[in-house]
Design a protein around this ligand. Structure first.
Ligand code: ZN
Ligand code: ZN
Length: 223
C-alpha cells in the first residue's frame, strides 16, 4: 500500500468518530477531491487526529491563506470555525483558530501580510481567502516540491531543470563536471554545487516543466 493510500485509510478511520453521520458524505467528498494531494491529506489527518475543540466536527473545505517557497498556510474550514495549519513537505504545525484572528509576527512577515490588524480583519471573513485547489489541477504549483510558478525549486526536486544541459538536474552529470569531481561525497560538495548553481542562475518552476500525469516521462518520479 502506498503512503497516500495509507494516509487516506487512516483519515477515513478517524472520521468515523469525528464526523456526524449526516455530514459523512460531504466530509468523504473532500477526501476524494484531495486524494492525491499530500499537503491537504496531512491537514485532514492532523485535524481529525487532534480535533482542536475536542468535540465532533468536520472539515468542509480548505482555504489558502498564504504560500511561499513550498510552505503553505491553510485554513481548514469546519462546521464550528476555521483552523490554521502551517504545512510543507517537511511537516505540519497547528496555528490556532481563525476566529482569534491572530498570527505570529514571524508568519505575518513571511507571508507578506502588511500588518497584524489587516490579517485580523481579513481573517474575519473566510471568503477573503481563495479555495485551496488540489495539486493535480493547480498548475501553478510544482507537484513535487510545491514551489509556485516563478519560485526556485527545493534543491533535489526531481522537476528542477539543469541550467547547464537542460536535463533533469537530479539525474544529469553536470554536477560532476562543474565541481570537477568523480563523485559527490561531502556536505561541502553539495554546498559548493549549490553556489555554482546560484551563480549560473537556477531555473524557476514554470507549469511547462510539469510532467503530465498520464505520461510522467523517463526518470521522473513524483513520489
Ligand atoms: Zn519542484
Ligand atoms: Zn545538466
Amino acid at each position: 500500500m502506498d503512503e497516500l493510500q495509507e494516509k487516506r485509510r487512516r483519515i477515513r478511520d478517524l472520521m468515523q468518530y469525528a464526523v456526524p453521520d449526516e455530514q459523512r458524505a460531504q466530509a468523504d467528498d473532500l477526501l476524494i477531491i484531495f486524494r492525491d494531494d499530500r499537503l491537504a491529506l496531512t491537514v485532514l489527518d492532523e485535524f481529525y487526529r487532534y480535533l482542536p475543540e475536542a468535540q465532533d466536527d468536520w472539515i468542509k473545505e480548505l482555504r489558502l491563506v498564504g504560500r511561499k517557497a513550498g510552505i503553505f498556510l491553510l485554513a481548514a474550514v469546519t462546521s464550528l470555525d476555521a483552523y490554521l495549519y502551517l504545512i510543507s513537505s517537511e511537516g505540519i504545525e497547528f496555528h490556532g483558530s481563525m476566529q482569534e484572528g491572530y498570527l505570529e509576527k514571524e508568519l505575518l512577515n513571511f507571508f507578506d501580510f502588511p500588518s497584524a490588524e489587516l490579517f485580523c480583519e481579513q481573517a474575519g471573513k473566510i471568503e477573503n481567502f481563495p479555495v485551496y485547489e488540489p495539486i493535480q489541477i493547480d498548475f501553478d504549483t510544482c507537484p513535487a516540491c510545491h514551489a509556485a510558478t516563478g519560485e526556485e525549486h527545493e534543491l533535489g526536486c526531481p522537476i528542477e531543470v539543469c541550467p547547464w544541459c537542460g536535463g533533469q538536474l537530479i539525474h544529469c552529470e553536470c554536477r560532476f563536471a562543474q565541481l570537477d569531481l568523480e563523485e559527490m561525497t561531502t556536505d561541502q560538495d553539495l554546498i559548493h554545487f549549490e553556489e555554482l548553481l546560484q551563480q549560473k542562475g537556477r531555473l524557476v518552476y514554470t507549469p511547462e516543466q510539469r510532467p503530465t500525469f498520464a505520461d510522467e516521462g523517463p526518470g521522473i518520479e513524483l513520489e
